[in-house]
Design a protein around this ligand. Structure first.
Ligand code: ADP
Ligand code: MG
Length: 250
């Protein structure tokens, strides 16, 4: 339509979602670490069983890996997705949790110190590290890596040359986000933003008096696409993102 095109002329800042927008959105498992008595095969078996019920891109990576390694999945009851945090489910009467540090500290009140160093190293390499735990302790860490699209760095550089401020906005952790941002040439990074916080981050930037475009692909990007002066959806993204965006990139 004409309106989005007209809005595009006035844009002074472009906010990019990370996963599936700047990156390919096809993360792959790179590291599996058992903590204490847990062995790696067991960690993957439990995590993949939980993730088999999730539709998150991270879940897909874990399940694909289990399949490649020919690991059978256990039966899961009481599955629950915890947006912006991870997943939980019961296997043979025991509750397991799989997700980020925030899931361990804020929801389970578990101390994540035992895996801090390990996680830090993985995150500084631009990987997303996830923790498996039961109600009492941390059992292991699985890391995945997602690669940048070949065209991302050039797109960012071209926008910056036009005098447009470029941001990255993600639910992923600060260190991973910074590592990816560095690779793509972005210095303005908004990380660890919960799904319902993305739209308010857009609003904050609009509050400085400039017109803002948001580029995203996920269900959790839709409110931010709607809030922006111009919403740009990836054609490879979710239906809700494409319905919300004023422009869809095919
Ligand atoms: P984004 O798509 O912007 O990266 P999300 O809000 O979907 O953000 O996820 C934020 C973080 O929450 C992820 O980086 C991950 O650490 C954790 N998380 C969310 N869903 C899952 C899941 N199914 N399994 C494991 N971790 C998850
Ligand atoms: Mg995304």
């Amino acid at each position: 339509g004409g309106e989005p095109l007209e809005a595009a002329c006035k844009i002074k800042a472009v906010i990019f979602d990370k996963t599936g927008t700047l990156t390919k959105g096809k993360p792959e498992v790179t590291d599996v670490v058992g903590i204490g008595r847990s062995d790696e095969q067991e960690i993957v078996k439990i995590a993949a069983a939980l993730e088999a019920k999730s539709e998150h891109p991270l879940a897909e990576a874990i399940c694909r890996y289990a399949q490649e390694e020919a690991i059978d999945l256990s039966e899961v009851d009481g599955f629950k997705a915890i947006p912006g945090h991870g997943v939980q489910g019961t296997i043979e009467g025991k509750i397991y949790y799989f997700g980020n540090r925030r899931l361990m500290t804020d929801i389970l009140q578990l101390d994540a110190k035992s895996v801090d160093q390990k996680m830090k190293k993985l995150e500084e390499a631009g990987k997303t590290a996830m923790i498996l735990a039961d109600e009492k302790e941390i059992l292991g860490v699985i890391a995945v890596a997602d690669t940048l699209k070949e065209s991302s760095a050039k797109a960012v550089a071209d926008l910056q040359k036009m005098g447009i401020i470029v941001y990255m906005l993600t639910g992923d952790n600060e260190r991973t986000a910074q590592a990816i941002a560095k690779q793509v040439g972005i210095t303005n990074v908004l990380a660890e933003v919960l799904p319902d916080g993305k739209a308010s981050e857009v609003k904050k930037i609009q509050g400085t008096g400039i017109h803002v475009a948001m580029v995203g692909d996920g269900i959790n990007d839709a409110p931010a696409l709607a809030q922006a002066d111009l919403g740009i959806a990836m054609g490879s993204g979710t239906d809700v993102a494409m319905e919300t965006g004023g422009i869809v990139l095919m």
